[in-house]
Design a protein around this ligand. Structure first.
Ligand SMILES: NC(=O)C1=CN([C@@H]2O[C@H](COP(=O)(O)OP(=O)(O)OC[C@H]3O[C@@H](n4cnc5c(N)ncnc54)[C@H](OP(=O)(O)O)[C@@H]3O)[C@@H](O)[C@H]2O)C=CC1
Ligand SMILES: C=C(O[C@H]1[C@H](O)[C@@H](CO)O[C@H](OP(=O)(O)OP(=O)(O)OC[C@H]2O[C@@H](n3ccc(=O)[nH]c3=O)[C@H](O)[C@@H]2O)[C@@H]1NC(C)=O)C(=O)O
Length: 305
């Protein structure tokens, strides 16, 4: 493919970065979805900036995908330019600050922090997805949230400028952050203020235990995008769905998980995103009929819906 790059002094070769018609099911936790019209895997700040400048010049909308573990990608694909962060993986340490780029898997980031003698994130072990996705959704488990240890976030705006935001915990709430549902920014790097540890074996053990527990309950044995709905205040979406007797209910290849009713799984990898969406609407309707509670999605719909 030849891309016309107007700036003759452009250092980044966009021809090598931009790929047409990229299959996205491999980038989706539930293994569904169509193709990206155009996608790129930037590996540093300059590449990301060149891509955003290109998209601006061509008037292309931008979509960001991390690990695809919280996104339902349309069967009709994604228009414009899809930026997949999986090559933004570097990390470095400054004193107690663990600085990591947004595309590193969170679970891997925790291992590397321990390797660097820094602890604090262990209870998030085994969470799927990337550091950027976790920050955008304020992921949490076992009483800690990503925001609790976050010190700064570097993000790029669509004009290619990099900004630093100091983090105040009060700006983050349940699944909501200053970076949520923003189509105009890409999280590039995050700094976590962690604790020096001398007993790295202990920290590793703690993390492995949490991860093993997550594996044991089998929630992730089948392709899924985790919990579909947010928990309504004081309630658990999984319990409300379960009480409607919907575990195992299936539309096409999409099925309400027998293990956790707020998960939809792709059985035998036959589901389409359309099946998943239809099942989501059915579940919402049933829960409203029985409990008079309108469930709201936690997942993101990405692409041409
Ligand atoms: N507790 C659990 O069991 C589960 C938890 N999750 C959590 O959800 C998170 C999903 O992560 P991941 O799979 O990487 O995310 P996805 O690739 O699924 O992206 C989800 C959304 O996050 C935002 N996003 C992701 N990366 C960036 C970035 N670099 N800059 C700006 N926005 C970004 C985008 O939303 P937008 O642009 O609209 O802001 C995107 O639509 C994980 O960290 C995981 O902890 C997921 C599944 C199960
Ligand atoms: C899976 C996700 O996050 C999960 C996170 O892993 C866990 C553990 O920290 O706590 C939340 O689930 P949750 O509220 O369903 O927690 P669980 O402990 O599994 O269940 C809560 C209650 O619901 C009941 N429950 C759950 C599932 C089910 O099918 N039936 C049922 O009755 C459980 O018995 C329990 O009494 C997050 N979900 C949301 C929407 O906030 C995700 O974000 O994708």
């Amino acid at each position: 493919m030849h891309i016309n790059v107007r700036n003759s002094d452009e250092k980044i070769n966009l021809d090598h970065l931009l790929i047409e018609q990229v299959e996205l099911a491999i980038h989706s936790g539930i293994h569904t979805g169509g193709k990206a019209d155009l996608a790129a895997y930037p590996s540093d700040f300059e590449e990301l900036r060149a891509l955003l400048e290109y998209a601006q010049r061509q008037n292309l909308p931008i979509t960001v995908l991390g690990g695809g573990t919280n996104s339902l990608i349309s069967d009709k694909g994604i228009e414009g330019l899809t930026i997949i962060t999986s090559h933004l993986t570097r990390r470095h340490v400054q004193g107690q600050m663990f600085c990591v780029r947004s595309g590193l898997l969170l679970d891997r980031a925790i291992d590397l922090a321990i390797e660097d003698g820094l602890g604090g994130l262990e209870l998030l072990g085994g969470l799927p997805g990337t550091v950027g996705g976790a920050i955008a959704g304020n992921s949490g488990a076992h009483g800690i949230h990503i925001a609790d240890l976050l010190y700064y976030v570097d993000y790029m705006t669509l004009d290619g400028k990099l900004h630093r935001k100091q983090i105040h915990r009060e700006d983050f709430s349940y699944r909501n952050t200053p970076f949520s549902n923003r189509n105009d920014i890409i999280i590039y790097e995050a700094g976590f203020r962690l604790f020096p540890i001398t007993q790295t074996n202990e920290a590793r053990k703690r993390k492995d235990e949490v991860k093993a527990k997550r594996k044991q309950n089998g929630q992730y044995d089948n392709p899924s995008i985790g919990c579909i709905f947010k928990n309504p205040q004081g309630l658990h979406a999984g319990q409300l769905i379960d009480e409607c007797g919907l575990k195992g209910y299936t539309i096409g290849g999409a099925k309400v998980s027998q293990r956790h009713a707020n998960f939809i799984i792709n059985t035998h990898k036959r589901a389409t995103s359309g099946d998943v969406k239809e099942l989501i609407e059915y579940v919402r309707h049933q829960v409203f009929e029985k409990h008079q509670v309108m469930l709201e999605e936690e997942i993101h719909y990405v692409g041409r819906w």
